[in-house]
Design a protein around this ligand. Sequence first.
Ligand SMILES: Nc1ncnc2c1ncn2[C@@H]1O[C@H](COP(=O)(O)OP(=O)(O)OP(=O)(O)O)[C@@H](O)[C@H]1O
Length: 466
Amino acid sequence: MAHRSLLYVALGGEARELREQLLAGGWELAQAADLAAASRLQAHRRFPVALLAIGDSLPVPEAAVEACVNASNGTEWVAVCEPPALESPAFRDLVLGYFFDHAPLPLDARELMVMLEHASRRALLRRRHETQMHAADTLGMVGQGPAITRLRQQIRRVAATDAPVLIGGESGSGKELAARAIHQCSLRSAGPFVAVNCGAISPTLIQSELFGHERGAFTGASSERRGLIEAANGGTVFLDEIGDLPLELQTNLLRFLQEKTISRVGGVRSLRVDVRVLAASHVDLAEAVAVGQFRDDLFYRLNVLSIELTPLRRRMEDVPMLAEHFFQCCASSGKTRVKGFSRQALAALMAHGWPGNVRELYNRVQRAVVMSEMRLIGPADLGLAEVESPACLELDAARTLAERDAICLTLTRVGRNVTRAARELGVSRMTLYRLMDKHSIAPAAPHAPYAGPIPDRSRRPLDLVV
Ligand SMILES: Nc1ncnc2c1ncn2[C@@H]1O[C@H](COP(=O)(O)OP(=O)(O)OP(=O)(O)O)[C@@H](O)[C@H]1O
């Protein structure tokens, strides 16, 4: 039987029979003896479902129940209680306002299982919804600074058209992520997204990889094969490192862009394909045109719309948020005792020049999560030198760091109780939630759900995502 986790809080006497029913029903219990213990458990873990069992031997501590339920994050609460508990108007009010469902004790096992199953399904739906809404807002791109905000606007604008887009930017700065976001926001999102690293395919193979081949077209072509452009029919093809495309193939690509048809290698038929082309290059294509390495007519055709990714060193305000995001991704995908970054680590991240851009940041954080022997990641775990003081930070970055630090420290001090943290920080709960979202701080770190980074294709020439 599948194990699902459940926070189980029994007040007013241990309901042994209930516990046995839950275990027999395949629930993995995190049991709290009282509401304070339940809050502590919630600070470290996000439970989809929580069950509050109330015996008849005590008055219901309504305020404490409300605080505990309030401190949970996306948890569906279910109450089971002796009938007298529901005589209290205050408790009834709580159940109506905060609980997914309730039932009087004693309860037969089947009814309990059905109730928890429904709660679990709703929690799952809520989580999926939250993740999707977050991804839709941010286009799956982490960052809050002016550069990434402008990038999101540009992506939405170009996604509304069907013209080719040339995406520029240094290696690892997020060109493929931007291409995926354009596809996802476009009317083609239900179609395939096919990413091709032109620089990683040998010149002898690239023509048949892109355009396909007919049977017998060359030695070893024992059957006909669709190319990657055909595979993207109805969707988008992303041609990464297009500057590496041999001149002869540039001609074929230009023909495809002009006529919307392709011919397989060894074939005579023209095949009509409906594919949007996005292209990226980390070399300056205008320069490549000037030295005769890239066809000017293809360049102008591809460069109808263009987007330029800002290198990470020029948008340092996003570094803490990206680092936290990657930390959450790495920490939730394996067992780790590491809880976050030390102040020195954050200062070292802010002092680094990031020649490998966001990819380098991801790699350093991934390594640190594995290597760190402390609860907080230090500069050495990231492979970075310790910096004397963060005084060299630009003002914006320093403000971002200070704001984030204050929130993290307060949340830790108050056992991640958002209501108390908001009070101590002198802001409303809504503002605190907004700031936590801005800094990617999970209410119950470190298990918040985040979509992981896109797979690194640097060593794989082809990537077909349908
Ligand atoms: N804003 C961002 N938010 C989250 N992850 C990001 C962001 N930008 C880049 N990444 C991650 O950084 C890594 C590198 O990004 P990507 O592959 O898109 O870069 P690229 O510019 O296409 O690199 P290359 O030029 O080497 O092909 C990926 O794992 C990607 O998911």
